[in-house]
Design a protein around this ligand. Structure first.
Ligand code: UTP
Length: 405
């Protein structure tokens, strides 16, 4: 067995993973070998070459708040009718490691309350319950976790009685993982018998749902749409009937909630088209000229930032199962075992993670309804411990919106 594993590792220049193998018990050795044989080595290709650079980038207009207000009730009616007919399901992306927040439990367990307990999960479930009450119908809700935060997440929901949600409609599943490497592409270890692994990003969820055996139930049901959203925006409207109604009414293939940028150089991905397909251009990919480019009405041409709240049609997602999603290399802080066998907790980003991104899924769609939201009412991300998009800024926004913390 050791010889087979060594041959495999030498093929990928990862022989160092066996440096301490002689010190391991039989059981730990087995554990290490099984992790190594479970690796999908294609991730190393992304280390060598970046995903293709965007082609022709063009601005993409939005359904603005002003226009939405005028037809709000009509959209709401369409949305609620579809929810009642069982056509919408929800997906909470909760597999991230939340390294910027530096909290050792799942991010959703974080307490946003000041004088009472009010976790992020509770806030999100309250938002969903608002719609359940309006529609008088339950929606299937899928919750994606990572390998490492699965049991904590499920226990938290159980301890809180599923926040009043109908448990039969909640489905937890685990996303896939990739190894983490140093900057030279060598896989890091967290102990003599454990590889450093991290969740494979927020773009591969449909494939992970497939692997978890959840898609058959969806294909056999009435469900036509899935609302995908992140765990960390505590004010976002989930299962928003107005968003669903407007997307259906537009006849576009998918929908993306966006905020108007506060400045041309705000660090958010902007929605646009690439070679005619919807695309999200990262802030660092925008040239100064594009950043400041204006529409005829004086607004910014690349002025709408995505907030990771999308509506996708199930039928089209099914076709994307055969498309290979590019992996992006992201530099982050990851604890690792040094040459002396000691676990190091880095203070600066030290490692490369290999992730699929939601923006690549958007690019698989033919077109997209860009749906503007009021950022003061619906955008309060909890990303950092302090400063921008932090616990304090999100709490201030919750208070402004009348929450009792
Ligand atoms: P982020 O891009 O903020 O990543 O995730 P993160 O890992 O949570 O946080 P940092 O960057 O380490 O601080 C945006 C959304 O995508 C989910 C997160 O849980 C969050 O809802 N996500 C991210 C996953 O579900 N899986 C992943 O592998 C990565």
């Amino acid at each position: 067995m050791t010889e087979q594993v060594s041959a495999l590792l030498s093929k990928y220049h990862q022989e160092h993973l066996l440096d301490h193998v002689d010190e391991l018990s039989q059981c730990k050795r087995k554990q290490l070998f099984s992790q190594i044989s479970g690796i999908d080595w294609s991730f190393l290709e992304s280390y060598k070459k970046k995903p293709e650079y965007p082609g022709d980038i063009q601005p993409l207009g939005a359904l603005t708040l002003e226009k939405i207000m005028k037809r709000q009730e009509e959209y709401r009616k369409i949305g609620l009718e579809n929810i009642r007919a069982g056509k919408l399901c929800l997906l909470l992306l909760a597999g991230g490691q939340g390294s910027r927040l530096g909290y050792d439990r799942p991010k959703g367990c974080f307490n946003m309350g000041i004088n009472r307990e009010l976790s992020i999960f509770q806030l999100l479930m309250e938002h969903v319950m608002d719609v359940v009450k309006q529609a008088d119908a339950w929606m299937h809700m899928y919750i994606m976790t990572s390998d490492s935060n699965y049991s904590d997440t499920v226990s938290f929901f159980k301890e809180h009685d599923f926040f009043g949600y109908q448990p039969d409609y909640l489905h937890f599943f685990v996303q896939e993982m990739n190894p983490v490497t140093d900057e030279q592409g060598k896989i890091l270890m967290t102990s003599k018998s454990d590889l450093a692994m991290s969740p494979n990003g927020n773009g591969g969820w449909f494939r992970s749902m497939n692997r978890a055996g959840l898609l058959d139930g969806i294909f056999e049901s009435e469900i036509e749409w899935i609302n995908v959203f992140s765990v960390d925006n505590v004010l976002q409207r989930i299962a928003d009937p107005v968003f669903l109604g407007a997307t259906i009414d537009s006849g576009k293939m998918c929908g993306a909630k966006v905020v108007r940028k506060v400045s041309p150089d705000e660090k958010v991905g902007a929605i646009c088209t690439e070679n005619g397909k919807p695309y999200i251009i990262e802030y660092y990919e925008l040239s100064k000229e594009m950043e400041n480019q204006k529409n005829p009405d004086g607004s910014l041409a690349y002025g709408f930032g995505v907030i990771l709240n999308y509506l996708f049609p199930i039928s089209r997602l099914q076709e994307t199962l055969h498309v290979s999603m590019p992996l992006h290399v992201v530099k982050k802080k990851v604890p690792y075992m040094d040459d002396m066998g000691i676990l190091v907790n880095p203070t600066e980003p030290n490692a490369l993670k290999y992730e699929t991104l939601a923006l690549d899924l958007i690019h698989e769609m033919e077109d997209c309804l860009v749906f503007e939201i009021d950022r003061k009412r619906e955008f309060a991300p909890v990303k950092n411990k302090m400063g921008v998009d932090s616990i304090d800024t999100a709490r201030a926004l919750l208070l402004e919106n009348g929450y009792d913390l």
